[in-house]
Design a protein around this ligand. Sequence first.
Ligand SMILES: NC(=O)C1=CN([C@@H]2O[C@H](COP(=O)(O)OP(=O)(O)OC[C@H]3O[C@@H](n4cnc5c(N)ncnc54)[C@H](O)[C@@H]3O)[C@@H](O)[C@H]2O)C=CC1
Ligand SMILES: N[C@@H](CC=O)C(=O)O
Ligand code: NA
Length: 436
Amino acid sequence: MPDPLRIGLAGLGTVGVGVIRLLDTNRDLLAARAGRPIELVAVSARDRHRERGIDLSPYGWEDDMAALAQRDDVDVVVELVGGSDGPALTLARAALGAGKPLVTANKAMIAHHGLALAELAEARDVALKFEAAVAGGIPVVKGLREGTSANKLERIYGILNGTCNYILSTMEDTGADFAEVLGEAQAKGYAEADPTFDIEGIDAAHKLAILAAIGFGARIDFDAVRTTGITRVQAADIAQADTLGYVIRLIAMTDVEPDESGAPRLLQRVRPCLVPKSHPLASVDGPTNAVVAEGNFSGRLLFQGAGAGEGPTASAVVADLIDIARDEVGAPFSIPVASLAKMAPAEPGHRMERTYLRFTVADRPGVLAEIAAAMRDAGVSIESLIQKARSDDGGDVLVAMVTHEGPERCVTQALALLEGSDSLTAQPLVLPILPD
Ligand SMILES: NC(=O)C1=CN([C@@H]2O[C@H](COP(=O)(O)OP(=O)(O)OC[C@H]3O[C@@H](n4cnc5c(N)ncnc54)[C@H](O)[C@@H]3O)[C@@H](O)[C@H]2O)C=CC1
Ligand SMILES: N[C@@H](CC=O)C(=O)O
Ligand code: NA
């Protein structure tokens, strides 16, 4: 019998417990696929005695998770703690520094420190794997690193946050309130420890920055992701979108365009969008994620599945362990860190799109004319003024409209013209419309 691959696991929350259950349930199948047994030998978390519904007695325990990396009986470290810095990063550095492969589900850490960790891994010729960090159980990291590697990718976009998708699709189906549905997503284990990361789009931005690096061979640039969350989307917007033939989804999108000198510029953005009901992303409900990758030879590929939750995320973590058991190292970002290109951020103002705009305005004559004038002066052409109805929040009036296709900067300019107007009683909401 070949030597087992011996695992040290830090973090015994939703994902950590899922990994232990999977290693136990699929033990024989994993050994067959990996060519050797995969054995958990030691664990670490904040509280040794918390009830988790699993028996930890077969495993060693470390109060200090970084000690897992130093144990002689640990071959591979699995980090399922979370947080971009702090103990997760200390552990990651300790593992790779000790020449041990690292598997992590921590997109925050990879988005912020992935390049430095990858350099460390490459210098030691050990694996750094993070399939679970992007879109949970969907093999999209592997898909882009291996499956599409013969292509020049034109664009990568999709739904990368299960919590937001659960909130938006549940609000759509049941009309339930935002806070109530967020509570459900937390209870189901989809949300981050701090759910602000989910609802403000930061988690999706972490994942997008990772996909952009792998898909375009770019150095990770998380700070350049233009990010808008879903907290300002109201039930009324979801209802308006429905009337118009759209659903609202948090869409992450990245592509590369040349600037005037021909140098590649990277656009990365996360924002709620109106998605036509006929689009494949419109039927993505609940905590499901979906990633579209458009290759110059493959055409449009759609990766879809559970983006969060115990089982699917554990599935991705253990798939990485199988690769390591098979001695598959590979560059963490597909090509060596030194070969990744530094791409300046793209400016999207010239890009053409249709836009949904929602204004909350004072109920008095002349307000609509003022908005229409700002649109005209900025060169925005209004396709339809959808509704004028009482908004949910008091005596104001809700005005929603859809623009004809035009440069993005014109809508920005129109909103700038309206800034400070006492006709507007709340900040307008701008949702781009995803083309078919
Ligand atoms: N829950 C999900 O659906 C998914 C989670 N992830 C990622 O997986 C990682 C783990 O997520 P969850 O299991 O949901 O988190 P969790 O909050 O359920 O579990 C975290 C575990 O780490 C331990 N921990 C946290 N801070 C610690 C500290 N300072 N010292 C010692 N132990 C500490 C906790 O005691 C707990 O055992 C995170 O990076 C998360 O972003 C990735 C994909 C999906
Ligand atoms: N909080 C994340 C968990 C998976 O990455 C999400 O909701 O998608
Ligand atoms: Na994944």
